[in-house]
Design a binder for this molecule. Structure first.
Ligand SMILES: O=P(O)(O)OC[C@H]1O[C@](O)(CO)[C@@H](O)[C@@H]1O
Length: 760
């Protein structure tokens, strides 16, 4: 071969690359993957190749039968080795130009210029090699009929690589070794560093000086963010690109809180997203105002005062987190007077009992929240609630129409209708582009929260989230709160190897935030497959847990201080929802709480040395037990006050942090295939249980362990079921309304009366 260098063969000369042959020996030498959305620009400039091809069938001997329709574009990933064995790629150059094949192809397929892959510019692996192969192949084809599919290679782009192969990642790995030699107590003495390590927006203050990072670390992280086109990926998300590619869906929870003025700016499949969002919000307002004013009443004409929100996962955790925040918020307290809201999520019948025990069905409105309206737990609970309503008010379709409403995806409308809910008036839709765990700003949160607190308060929550969205979209990386938190998350997980993370709100009203974040983050980033179909070789997806401070301090902080290192998010507020200062106390109770909020991060960061312990007079045998090594990272978020608005800000911060980490890791944070297998196996088990209950036969499953365990359950429960205790007051769901009439009455709810259910 004559070594040829790149300038000798310009891209013009390779403007058309023709075909691959079916692999010799019948086995595929390539690994095919369909991927319509791959963006060549985003791919790593590393060695392997991704061939973008267009398939069609062609018969070489009969030109009139050439079919040049392009049924699909396909990306075929080739390893380097396979690439070099691919003799059948025809690099059409001068020699073939003008030939019958070239003419046909050039006329019918318009192809972009193809850059010569770097491998081909190397001595010995150059053009001539391919040219010879081409000529031979063309000769072969002229002499034999070939009816197989032909792939026209329209482009060669570099094969995607794991982000861990890029230089920015490797630099951070190296840098982590250096950071391993530093201690936070020293880093915290660096004033210049500490003065840089904060960001603020609209009252939210983030301090990350207690992270195990230097200013240089941050620079390296920003460089990685650039490499990953983080800003571009964020923009794609909010524009409505279908970045959830495994489900072919856009990801538009930000549109749920966008202003009405933006109508017409986000379109998905021809739908004006913002217009739709505001239509539903208007519908929610009219409905919830109607219920709260007493215009909309129950089947027997009573006011609807008890709201039961039936849903699980994202259809429950976000709304419950928000509910808990507003419960003690002064505006929330006032607007909820006379109403109650409960969540029924667990399919455990005990949850039904706990939810319904002291409720009056005639005053109860059931909101079924389920994006798919097929989730087994939610649907059983919804049917149970329907039965409960029927039991009390009679088996009438109108009972369902007046006491049950649905928040579900547009595509679930038939299921909602079949259930008996009035889809013309009481179906509050959201869309496929809203993931369950990102749905609290949709009807999923809007309906139950507005019923209890009024729509105006819910709107303030949306405004808070919107304010953070704007900051997220516009602030530079080094001033962008969710981006900083996301990058630090990546740093801690993938470079410092801290596998868990904890959320510690110093606010009782945020007690459900950790549970919401747990789902948000672990369902989003608990994956190992990158969007390019490669398995990660770096740690991703933290274990998230948490607890309201100071309760956590008396529970698991022992481990945080002396056990494994777990990066902590401390969340506090300048002002309490309710503060008081007892006579004889120097500080208010909120100051007492916040003293812990400030002290814990320093204790974690600086620790206590053996010398310090000894200086306290601790006996030598105990010194080791009382040493705090410190050097444990945390960040602090300080907000003015826990209002509906602040709740929205917090929600958006954490939603965006999750997305940032997914973008950095090349993970699709918006699907959740990992929940499928368990669901499927539960269906199988239900089949076994049904057989066992009907036939009294032994259960037989695919493995002896499950068989033994199931039989233990079935055999023992046969006996226990006969002895099941039954409480006529609380076991409401199993009785008819007639039977209830003779049973002791459930406790009466207060009749508060007055306008909008408020005490007058
Ligand atoms: O809203 P749905 O469709 O009932 O789903 C409930 C939850 O179930 C999940 O799909 C997990 O099983 C979550 O992602 C979702 O939030």
């Amino acid at each position: 071969f004559v070594p040829l260098s790149l300038p000798m063969r310009t891209p013009r000369a390779v403007r058309l690359q023709v075909m691959t042959e079916p692999p010799r020996g019948g086995t595929s030498r390539t690994e095919a993957k369909e991927d319509k959305d791959d963006d060549p620009k985003a791919l790593s400039p590393e060695s392997d190749y991704l061939l973008q091809t267009e398939d069609f069938t062609r018969q070489w001997k009969k030109p009139e039968q050439h079919s040049l329709e392009v049924p699909r574009v396909r990306h075929t990933v080739l390893s380097e080795r396979d690439y070099h064995r691919l003799e059948a790629i025809i690099f059409q150059d001068d020699a073939t130009e003008g030939s019958e094949e070239a003419t046909v192809l050039q006329r019918r397929v318009s192809l972009p210029n193809i850059p010569i892959p770097p491998r081909l510019a190397r001595p010995g692996v150059a053009w001539q090699h391919h040219h010879h192969a081409t000529v031979n192949l063309v000769r072969q084809h002229r002499n034999q009929k070939h009816d197989g599919p032909i792939q026209f290679i329209t482009n060669i782009i570099n094969r995607p690589q794991l982000v861990s192969t890029c230089s920015e990642w490797k630099r951070l790995e190296k840098h982590a070794e250096y950071i391993g030699t530093t201690h936070l107590k020293d880093l915290l003495q660096d004033r210049e560093r500490c003065d840089e390590m904060y960001a603020t927006h609209d009252g939210v203050y983030l301090d990350y000086s207690r992270q195990r990072v230097t200013l240089e670390t941050m620079k390296f992280l920003y460089a990685l963010a650039e490499k990953q086109n983080l800003k571009g990926q964020i923009d794609k998300m909010v524009k409505g690109d279908k970045i959830n590619f495994t489900e072919d869906r856009a990801v538009l929870h930000t549109a749920l809180r966008a202003e009405r003025a933006l109508t017409g700016t986000v379109m998905v499949d021809g739908v004006d997203v913002i217009a739709e969002v505001h239509q539903v919000l208007d519908q929610v307002k009219v409905f919830t105002d109607g219920v709260r004013s007493g215009q909309i009443r129950g089947y027997t004409g009573k006011r609807l005062r008890n709201i039961v929100s039936v849903g699980i996962g994202g259809s429950y955790l976000g709304p419950e987190f928000l509910h808990e925040c507003l419960k003690t918020e002064p505006e929330g307290i006032n607007s909820a007077l006379g109403y109650s809201l409960r969540f029924l999520s667990n399919v455990d019948p005990v949850d039904v009992e706990r939810t319904c025990a002291d409720l009056d069905p005639e005053e109860t409105l059931v909101v079924v929240v389920s994006k798919t309206f097929t989730t087994a737990e939610t649907m059983l609970n919804a049917r149970t609630m329907r039965q409960w309503l029927w039991d009390f008010m009679g088996n009438d379709k109108e009972v369902v129409k007046k006491h049950m409403v649905a928040c579900a995806s547009v595509s679930a409308i038939d299921n909602v209708r079949k259930f008996g809910i009035d889809t013309d008036r009481y179906f509050f839709r959201f869309w496929d582009f809203v993931g369950g765990r990102y749905s609290v700003c949709s009807a999923a949160g809007a309906v139950p929260i507005s019923l209890l607190y009024g729509f105006d308060l819910f709107e303030k929550f949306l405004q808070g989230a919107n304010s953070m969205d704007k900051h997220f979209l516009t602030a530079p990386y080094d001033r962008n709160i969710p981006v900083l938190m996301g990058l630090l998350g990546v740093w801690n997980m993938s470079f410092m190897n801290y596998k868990a993370r904890t959320t510690l709100p110093y606010a009782e009203a945020l007690l459900k935030l950790p549970a919401h974040i747990q789902q948000l983050d672990m369902e989003s980033n608990g994956k190992t497959m990158t969007k390019h179909g490669l398995e990660v070789d770096y740690p991703v997806g933290e274990i998230d847990f948490g607890e309201a401070g100071t309760n956590g301090q008396h529970s698991f902080y022992q481990l945080l201080h002396m056990g494994q290192t777990v990066p902590c998010d401390f969340i506090g507020f300048v002002q309490s929802q309710h503060d008081f200062c007892l006579d004889g106390e120097n500080l208010s109770s909120h100051d007492e709480l916040m003293a812990n909020f400030f002290a814990q991060p320093d204790a974690l960061a600086t620790g206590k040395t053996a010398d310090e312990v000894r200086a306290e007079g601790v006996p030598p045998g105990l010194v080791g037990h009382k040493v705090f090594k410190g050097n444990r990272p945390s960040l602090s978020l300080l907000l003015p006050k826990l209002t509906a608005y602040a709740c929205g800000q917090l929600l958006a911060i954490y939603e965006h942090r999750t997305a940032v980490q997914g973008f950095m890791w090349d993970i699709n944070s918006f699907d959740q295939w990992g929940v499928e297998l368990g669901k499927k196996l539960a269906i199988d088990v239900k089949g076994h249980l049904l057989n066992a209950r009907r036939s009294e036969e032994e259960v037989e499953t695919s493995n002896p362990a499950t068989t033994r365990l199931l039989n233990y359950y079935v055999n023992n429960s046969r006996r226990i079921c006969q002895e099941a205790p039954y409480n006529p007051i609380t076991s409401v769901t199993r009785k008819t309304h007639r039977e209830h009439a003779s049973a002791p009455l459930p406790p009466l709810p207060h009749d508060l009366g007055g306008q909008e259910g408020r005490l007058t």
